[in-house]
Design a protein around this ligand. Sequence first.
Ligand code: 5SP
Length: 221
Amino acid sequence: MGIQIAPSILSADFANLERDILAVSDADWLHVDVMDGHFVPNLTLGLPVVERLAQVSPLPLDVHLMIDDPDRWAPRYAEIGATSVTFHLEAAADPRTIAADLRSMGARASCAIKPGTPVEDVLPLLDTLDMVLVMTVEPGFGGQAFMADMMPKLRTLRAAAEAAGRDLWLQADGGVARDTIQTVVEAGGDVLVAGSAIYGAADRGAEIGALRALGEAVHHR
Ligand SMILES: O=C(CO)[C@@H](O)[C@H](O)COP(=O)(O)O
């Protein structure tokens, strides 16, 4: 499996989402941050908008739910066409059932952990998951500084997946840019979310290409 570049539309122009989605069509996945103003101190978009994004996006939709009660809402995002649905472990009442529901609907089941959540908390769930998202900033906002001290979590997860013979996707989200992407890939990350790095670039396609080349140069799986 090669690395996947996933532009985060949190850094796009929300008045021109279709235009800004088409501007990153050289990427692999489209990362959509759903925030509810409760689980995180920011509010973005919800089901009706994501449903339309799924219809206009040429890329598979990678939905990151930063919301309370993912047990109720996560399957709804699979229903409207998300390819991956990530829920936060800290918000989930029954993560195994959420993951099973997502898989039964044909979506990739993914669980995220915030910087303060120990990686050990997600390890018992790996058999139910297709991806784990390691937050490399506090969730809520784009443009924050990358937390290199999250890399041991990626290493632990990659080692656990390999020991179990699993092709687990490992996503890193927050502060991923040209100067940090190789650190993430070396630690075992293979799905790289980048918001400000891509949307802040004058040529978004070129930035995606540059990030991919840097990541591929150190990717050994
Ligand atoms: O989930 C989040 C923030 O909570 C991210 O997806 C951000 O959108 C990443 O933005 P950058 O750090 O790449 O600017």
